[in-house]
Write a protein of this length. Structure first.
Lengths: 210, 253
């Protein structure tokens, strides 16, 4: 859980930084998007590096899902008779929604790839014009897309709120003071990441990026 | 106080079991929760019914025998308190109280509210001890222990093995118990020789007993009557990671 999660978190950070390039203008953003396909040249031909990265990500996602499934199946088996009276879990909302939150995030990622990677569900869907795709995607009259993105990103934020702390704990975070630090770091990280991702669709929505 | 109790009744391990409602009148707010059950049982016996079976022993909050899920809270609403030390003044007159046994595959119900916690004994047998002959208490200066380590070990040693952590865990995991029993020894010099075989053995025994896996949800520490902190599990994780790299009983490692 922790190791695959950290791989995905590193990707999320890189992806967010890349997204923020939208504020540097159309040429710069498109140049960045095309550069992604060329990393590793001339050592590796064409989009090889990108595919290596994608393979690693798919392995991390599958590993993450596999570990989560094992935990969920064990949890179900560990309590065959349910409580008649069950209080809401006293732990955080984030900890309680890890499993269903994860499913929502998976569905979002599938939609997101069809939208802005393959362009299938994008109103423009022009692979040579990623800036135009983004602007068309979050246009004000397509507010429901922005809404769905916002909900998904907030879900990611909750997932990270518990996930980052839990990963640090799994990897041996062991002191009470460290626990407070780890929880704070997880919260700050989740909020910053959410803000970094949401600023792009809202900039398009408000006309700041057009 | 007049109360309505909904209690889990199950005549034996094979019985399906059900919640049964009992009205209990004239309960003093100064009674403990178990005394209130004693009153109910006396009335049940007088009317020729089978009394409710529940575990209890010291009634001082130190033996770990009692354990009831009260209104969905392990050991009831008061934090840091076992069910035997819980007073009826924590409840309101006229309240309906649901009383259930711990629910876990590793803790099968024997009768009514009594569960079999042998799974915990199996975890202890897998490494919760030291092999050095200790005799009487050693001279305190012979083996210096850092104050922080002594305090943390004592905190873990406060675990009474009641099973509330398992009962409250959304995953049915017994990791807080296992972590407490691992760290009370691994923090002290006497626990060092078996430190890394202990953690692997006890976690394996925990998993084999049918407990769920820990997801750091933090329910266990909220209901623990002895307030064992969640970072105890972090200490177990640290030992486990080290142990996978070296095992104390493997020559040359």
């Amino acid at each position: 859980m922790a190791v695959t999660g950290i791989m995905l978190v590193l990707f999320l950070v890189a992806h967010m930084l890349g997204n923020l390039k939208v504020f540097t203008g159309e040429t710069s953003f498109d140049h960045y998007a095309h550069w992604l396909r060329d990393i590793g040249k001339p050592l590796l031909p064409g989009v090889w590096f990108l595919w290596i990265l994608r393979t690693a990500l798919v392995v991390a996602v599958l590993g993450h899902i596999w570990a989560a499934t094992v935990l969920a199946v064990r949890a179900r088996a560990a309590r065959p008779v349910r409580y008649a009276h069950r209080k809401k879990v006293q732990g955080s909302y984030a900890a309680r929604t890890m499993r269903w939150g994860g499913v929502i995030i998976l569905l979002f990622v599938i939609y997101h790839i069809l939208d802005l990677t393959t362009g299938t569900l994008n109103p423009v869907g022009d692979a040579s014009n990623p800036y135009g795709n983004v602007v068309a995607d979050f246009a004000p009259d397509r507010w429901y897309v922005t809404l769905f993105y916002t909900l998904a990103i907030v879900t990611v934020g909750f997932h990270l709120r518990h996930g980052v702390f839990s990963a640090l704990r799994s990897l041996g975070q062991q002191t009470p003071r460290g626990e407070r630090r780890a929880r704070t770091a997880a919260l700050v990280f989740a909020v910053v990441l959410c803000a970094g991702y949401l600023v792009v669709p809202f900039a398009v929505l408000t006309g700041l990026v057009s | 106080m007049n109360l309505t109790l909904r209690i889990w009744r199950q005549s034996g391990p094979q019985d399906k079991g059900r919640m049964v409602t009992y009205p209990v009148d004239d309960v003093s707010p100064d009674m403990s929760f178990l005394e209130m059950l004693d009153v109910l049982n006396e009335r049940l016996i007088l009317s020729g019914e089978e009394p409710v079976a529940f575990d209890h022993d010291c009634r001082e909050g130190i033996c770990g025998m009692c354990g009831l899920m009260i209104n969905g809270d392990a050991h009831g609403p008061q934090r840091g308190t076992t069910a035997c030390q819980l007073h009826m003044r924590q409840f309101k007159d006229g309240e309906t109280i649901d009383i259930e046994p711990w629910r876990a595959r590793a803790f099968p119900v024997i009768k009514d509210l009594v569960v079999n916690r042998n799974a915990f004994d199996k975890i202890i047998a897998a490494g919760g001890y030291i092999t050095a002959p200790t005799g009487s208490a050693p001279e305190a200066h012979a083996a210096p222990v850092a104050k922080a380590n002594a305090d943390a070990a004592f905190e873990s040693a406060a675990c009474i093995g009641c099973g509330a952590c398992v009962a409250a865990c959304p995953n049915g995991s017994g990791m807080l118990f296992t972590a407490a029993k691992v760290t009370q020894l691994s923090l002290l010099p006497q626990g060092q020789p078996e430190r890394y075989t202990r953690v692997i053995g006890m976690v394996d025994a925990h998993d084999e007993a049918g407990f769920g896996g820990c997801t750091n949800a933090g329910e266990c520490t909220a209901v623990c009557p002895k307030g064992i902190p969640l970072n105890t599990i972090g200490r177990l994780n640290r030992d486990y990671l080290t142990a996978t790299a070296k095992r104390g009983d493997t020559p040359g490692s």
